[in-house]
Design a protein around this ligand. Structure first.
Ligand code: SF4
Length: 182
């Protein structure tokens, strides 16, 4: 595969679900339709798609995204299947909420890296930003990911919470600071 400038495309971001427990103010994740089991690609279909791209189109790197990938109970199966393919990298973007519980198992299935979205290091701001009182969980998840060898990195747009009496969505000031936690 090549882009319009003739450069090889070796990287795929694969959204495995629109579902997410967070409600970040800049995002409106979808929900699953329980009446429609075909609303998601199955592990078989995901493996088949990625295998085809690896074997026929030079795909070498996959990043699992969402929504929130860990909201799929069959994520370990998906990771295990993709880890058997000839990929140079298999990574995942996550909100980090359940990483403390899942990092070790996902690493054992073959996941190599995680990238965690983190909007604030202030618990109250984090809650207002994401709709979830979960900063401590995410920090524990980062520690668990590091312990599992998943080399976690934080993709961060830090937001500063101002005041507190007005509409939360209008009381945030963006401070784009891309940081990495190594
Ligand atoms: S964690 Fe990600 S997918 Fe979930 S609401 Fe926030 S931005 Fe959207």
């Amino acid at each position: 595969m090549q882009d319009s400038n003739g450069r090889p495309i070796e990287y795929l971001r694969l959204s495995v679900t629109p579902a997410c427990a967070m409600r970040c103010i800049y995002c409106h994740p979808g929900t699953l339709d329980p009446a429609n089991p075909r609303s998601l690609l199955s592990p078989d279909e995901i493996e088949g798609l990625v295998r085809h791209l690896v074997e026929n189109h030079g795909l070498r790197k996959v990043r699992l995204t969402g929504g929130e990938p860990t909201s799929r109970s069959d994520l370990p199966d998906i990771v295990r299947r993709l880890a058997r393919l000839d990929l140079h990298d298999l990574a995942m973007t996550t909100n980090g909420l359940t990483l403390a519980r899942q990092a070790k198992a996902l690493a054992a299935c073959g996941l190599r890296r995680v990238n965690v979205s983190l909007d604030s290091l202030d618990p109250n701001c984090f809650r207002r930003m994401t709709g979830v009182d979960g900063l401590a969980q995410v920090r524990n998840g980062l520690d668990a990911a590091a312990a599992a060898g998943l080399a976690p990195r934080c993709s961060t747009h830090f937001w500063r919470c101002e005041g507190g009496t007005a509409d939360p969505s209008s009381s945030w000031m963006s401070q784009e600071q891309q940081v990495s936690k190594k």
